[in-house]
Design a protein around this ligand. Structure first.
Ligand code: AMP
Length: 425
């Protein structure tokens, strides 16, 4: 696919794409857009950084602007991601389109959101909790929202939003188009897709942007008590913005304080901060007012700050998949990035799992081979088990049959013995 022309997009969208300098669709965009414009449901496994936001926003905006009966709801797991999606949506819609977009996320002013809703937005982007708040206070009706996007669905489930999403879907019309995007496709997501999607087209992005060679990886084997000094060394030798991941909210604040004491300016980002503070910190980081952001995994997904040159895993994540999302914060849109990971002796097991995952993602063919091997092994095991069970059943039945006359004979004998005893008395 050379450019966006083959999709027959509205003039407005074409102009916006030009303004954004999106000249060629990314892989996930080429694969998704034509299906989605043709009103197909889609189950897409696309990594962060692949261009998935525009992959669903372009067909949504195209449909909304050409058909007055289409309205779209985009659900995201985090407020930050919702904000980012809303920003891209506004740029794609353009200023004079007359299409209202509403952002409904927790931690933000209710009054403002109620005012937005009075303008009958055609596109709503939000997080499950706040959308449900509006539904239960009846300030929002989703009766006509017939285009649903579930973005980062795996993360949504990880964060325990499954029930909230169920509740929201109950308010949507049954006749609708649904697009589900997920970085990974565990069985919970497949189950979810069966529940919400109707005969979906599968979109798979083979070219795994996140672990492309643009991300240079460095591993620092160290001890817990030496980690901080190693961190200072890494910060000193690196130029440009750095995102440091730690495990807990408390650890973000603690590390920020330590860095401040050593005259290194940084900010801490975590889920306990008020939403407007979170927004302000991100905006300052985006505008390069400070260079170092210390964050929990709240920043591991979706965050799109092109100038992050380095991701430092000061603490390893709790699940290997988060490592992929973390390092995907660097090397955005084709730039170069570096990832540094501190590995202490107690991290060895997690690091092994991460390496295994990286290896699988880099060698999808090998992964397929392994999967096939596992499938075959499971099939053989099941077949053998069934065969053994059948054989045992047959054997038992035959044995029982053989034993029956014997038992009967015995019973008969015993009766006759009794009879004999009786009569002989
Ligand atoms: P996403 O995966 O949606 O977070 O997008 C990752 C980055 O790719 C963002 O910075 C987008 O602005 C950028 N991007 C998305 N689509 C295109 C495109 N067709 N051409 C160039 N950059 C793009």
């Amino acid at each position: 696919m050379e450019n966006f022309n083959s999709f027959n997009l509205s003039e407005n969208l074409k102009k916006s794409l030009k303004g954004l300098r999106f000249t060629k669709p990314t892989e996930v965009q080429s694969k998704t857009i034509s299906f989605a414009i043709n009103k197909e449901d889609i189950l897409a496994s696309a990594e962060t950084g692949s261009g998935k936001t525009a992959a669903y926003l372009i067909p949504l905006i195209q449909q909304v602007s050409t058909n007055s009966k289409v309205s779209g709801l985009v659900l995201t797991p985090t407020r930050e991601l919702a904000q980012q999606v809303a920003d891209v949506a506004k740029l794609l819609v353009g200023y004079r389109s007359g299409i209202n977009i509403s952002l409904l996320v927790g931690g933000a002013s209710m009054t403002n959101q109620l005012n937005q809703l009075k303008k009958y937005p055609k596109i709503i982007i939000g997080t499950p909790g706040r959308i449900n708040d509006h539904l239960s206070r009846k300030s929002l009706s989703l009766r006509y929202f017939n285009f649903l996007v579930l973005d980062e669905a795996d993360r949504m489930l990880d964060m325990g939003f499954g029930e909230q999403v169920d509740k929201i879907v109950e308010h949507l019309p049954e006749q609708r188009q649904t697009l589900l995007f997920s970085a990974t496709l565990p069985k919970e997501i497949i189950k979810l897709s069966k529940k919400y999607l109707n005969n979906p087209k599968r979109v798979e992005v083979k070219d795994n942007n996140v672990i492309k060679s643009q991300i240079k990886q460095k591993v620092v084997n160290t001890k817990t008590e030496q980690k901080y000094d190693e961190l200072l060394d890494e910060i000193t030798v690196r130029k440009g913005s750095i995102l440091i991941f730690v495990r807990t909210k408390y650890a973000t604040e603690k590390l920020k304080k330590r860095l401040t004491r050593d005259t290194v300016k940084s900010s801490a980002l975590h889920g306990d901060l008020r939403q407007n503070k979170r927004n302000r910190i991100l905006e300052d980081f985006r505008n390069q007012r400070f260079r170092i952001l210390v964050a929990t995994d709240i920043a591991s997904r979706g965050l799109d700050v092109p100038h992050i040159g380095h991701v430092i895993n000061y603490d390893l994540p709790q699940v290997p998949e988060d490592f992929i999302h973390r390092i995907g914060r660097t090397a955005r849109a084709g730039s170069i990035g570096e990832a540094v990971s501190f590995v202490t002796p107690s991290d060895k097991k997690m690091w092994k799992s991460i390496e295994k995952l990286l290896d699988q993602l880099k060698n999808p063919d090998k992964q397929n081979r392994d999967q096939n091997r596992d499938q075959n092994r499971d099939q053989n095991r099941d077949q053998n088990r069934d065969q053994n069970r059948d054989q045992n059943r047959d054997q038992n039945r035959d044995q029982n049959r053989d034993q029956k006359p014997y038992r009967k004979r015995n019973r008969k004998n015993s009766k006759s013995r009794k009879y004999y005893q009786k009569t002989s008395k």
